[in-house]
Design a protein around this ligand. Structure first.
Ligand SMILES: CC(C)(COP(=O)(O)OP(=O)(O)OC[C@H]1O[C@@H](n2cnc3c(N)ncnc32)[C@H](O)[C@@H]1OP(=O)(O)O)[C@@H](O)C(=O)NCCC(=O)NCCS
Length: 183
């Protein structure tokens, strides 16, 4: 059963994109999109060589969202290509099943045109209607200005910093946890 009704919207760059739930057949394109945007960002704590998922594993990952009621994976598409995604991974343990952690990203050329705002707004709206979810959370580098601006704008609150949590090329970065109540 479809969890999310596809949405069509025009971004600040005047391009029209579709936001829809990911399907198993999107695995290859989605993996390529993520493999492209991870090394294009200083604020995703994963090195290019650490993205080792096969297409089969990517299919399993997509299936997690299709089969877990407290989880959602949305993709943004432009002219049949996947340009970004947002995932709400609901916790599978009973005591934390009302919580989901958010991950999101997009190709560099699509940043700062409002796509992140659209993806996150739609994900929050979906979570508000979800019968299990009550709390969404995410972690963000305190230097990630676009991310921070977006999360604060949509109502996320700061919920603690782990100092020096990330270390890259001998430099340390702080990790901020942010949360939003959806009930
Ligand atoms: C972080 C990310 C998801 C945000 O999505 P996006 O589409 O670029 O964000 P939006 O365009 O919707 O919003 C960005 C906001 O930051 C603002 N902004 C831009 N530059 C800024 C700066 N230097 N300082 C503060 N705010 C800034 C924009 O004006 C916009 O705010 P507005 O809507 O009030 O005008 C996206 O940039 C991305 O994928 N980055 C790389 C991966 C990543 O960081 N993922 C998140 C990990 S937590």
């Amino acid at each position: 059963m479809q969890k999310f009704k596809p949405q069509i919207l025009t971004l600040k760059n005047q391009k029209t994109v579709t936001i829809r739930e990911a399907e198993i057949d999107d695995a290859e394109k989605l993996l390529n999109c993520i493999k492209t945007y991870v090394p294009q960002s200083d604020y995703i704590p994963k090195l290019e060589q650490e993205i080792k998922l096969t297409i089969e594993q990517e299919k399993e990952w997509i299936n997690y969202f299709l089969t877990n009621e407290n989880s959602l994976l949305l993709i943004a598409e432009f002219e049949n290509e996947i340009i970004g995604n947002i995932d709400l991974t609901g916790n599978r343990r009973k005591i934390m099943e009302h919580t989901a952690v958010i991950g999101m990203g997009m190709l560099k050329e699509w940043r700062n045109y409002g796509l992140g705002t659209a993806l996150l707004k739609l994900a929050i709206e979906w979570a508000k209607e979800n019968s299990i979810l009550e709390l969404l959370w995410l972690q963000v580098y305190t230097d990630n200005e676009l991310g921070l601006r977006l999360y604060r704008k949509l109502g996320f609150e700061e919920n603690g910093i782990m100092k020096n949590f990330f270390k890259q090329d001998g430099k340390y970065f702080d990790n901020l946890t942010m949360t939003i109540n959806v009930k």
